[in-house]
Design a protein around this ligand. Structure first.
Ligand code: PEP
Ligand code: MG
Length: 328
């Protein structure tokens, strides 16, 4: 099976009815681009940049990465992808990804970290750190195609503050006379509030990327890291599917780019359904790319519409997602 899949590496991901599909890689470090290219990814759909900020004490690094160190890292990612686009997400620290030396205070330990200061909330609370990262990303964009992705936005006020800071970072680089490039701006849709207010997001962003891992957690009120409720963490819950489907549909109506970068994108059980919803951009761990490509090559999107609609209206969508129930 692995050998058979390997032969698909250089084959473009096109459905039986001629729909071109982008299969992108999720990476954590610039070096992961090697595996991404090997697996046949046509770009990076999610560079989880927080991994540059974590585990530094173990490497005997005492400070967070400065602008230069980050710039070099983002450049290495661009070079690793050999001209293909790279989507860099600004840090998603906090909650289950604490920074060294900034662990939760004892008196905060009882709070729910997934609902606390994480991702863009953290960045807006520490604008100097955020500006440093944005400057590094903008500078790296002089060397290749970069898309800048913001995690966990939920409020219009957060969108405004974020965009103002990005403008400010550009102004700082202008003042320094430093070369930088253009980036497309995207927002992650991973909080139900965001999925329910897409108009606001599409007014300000060039593209959206659906983070199903958190979208499931927050829609179902199920801690994604809590084993005791793992059986209730259900990607096929009708509420989750509806939010994903409507996000894809609204982006397509408005001609904006949309991708899924949560685990759902790399799960072959969902490939046809996401194609049926109109998704044409999937970002996943490189190890999943060939298996998802095989599903894409076997799919005929013109035959998926009625079934997709039935799945979206079902009380128990999982029953219809079973291979035997999906259209061939
Ligand atoms: C997600 O939430 O689906 C996602 C891609 O981000 P992360 O898993 O890093 O939270
Ligand atoms: Mg997330």
């Amino acid at each position: 099976e692995r050998g058979r899949l390997a032969r698909l590496r250089h084959k473009p991901a096109i459905t039986l009815d001629g729909q071109k599909v982008d299969l992108l890689a999720n990476i954590e470090m610039p070096e992961d681009t090697l595996g991404a290219v090997k697996a046949g990814a046509v770009g990076v759909g999610l560079f989880r940049s927080e991994f540059l900020f974590m585990g530094r004490e173990a490497q005997r690094l005492t400070r967070l990465p400065d602008e230069e160190e980050q710039y070099q890292a983002y450049r290495r990612a661009i070079e690793g992808m050999q001209g293909m686009p790279v989507t860099i997400r600004t840090v998603d620290v906090g909650a289950d990804k604490p920074l060294d030396g900034r662990a939760v205070r004892d008196d905060e330990a009882h709070l729910n970290p997934a609902l606390g200061l994480r991702a863009i909330r953290w960045s807006l609370a520490d604008p100097a750190m955020f500006l440093t990262q944005v400057r590094a990303i903008l500078r790296a964009a002089a060397h290749g195609e970069i898309l800048l992705l913001i995690p966990m936005l939920a409020h219009a006020s957060e969108i405004r503050q974020t965009l103002a800071l990005i403008d400010f970072a550009r102004a700082e680089l202008d003042n320094r006379g430093v070369v930088y490039g253009k980036v497309k701006l995207g927002a992650m849709i991973e909080v139900p509030a965001a999925a329910l207010t897409l108009k606001i997001f599409l007014k300000h962003f060039d593209f959206l990327s659906i983070g199903t891992n958190d979208l499931i957690q927050y829609t179902l009120a199920i801690d994604r890291a809590d084993e005791s409720v793992a059986h209730l963490y259900d990607p096929a819950h009708p509420a989750v599917l509806r939010l994903v489907a409507e996000t894809i549909a609204e982006c397509r109506r408005q001609g904006k780019g949309v991708s899924v970068c949560g685990e759902m994108a790399g799960d072959v059980a969902f490939t046809r359904l996401l194609l049926g919803m109109g998704l044409r951009s999937f970002s996943m761990h490189p190890s999943q790319i060939l298996a998802v490509k095989q599903e894409v090559l076997r799919a005929d999107t013109s035959k998926l519409e009625a079934w997709t609609q039935a799945v979206l209206e079902a009380d128990d969508p999982a029953a219809l997602l079973a291979p035997a129930a999906a259209p061939q």
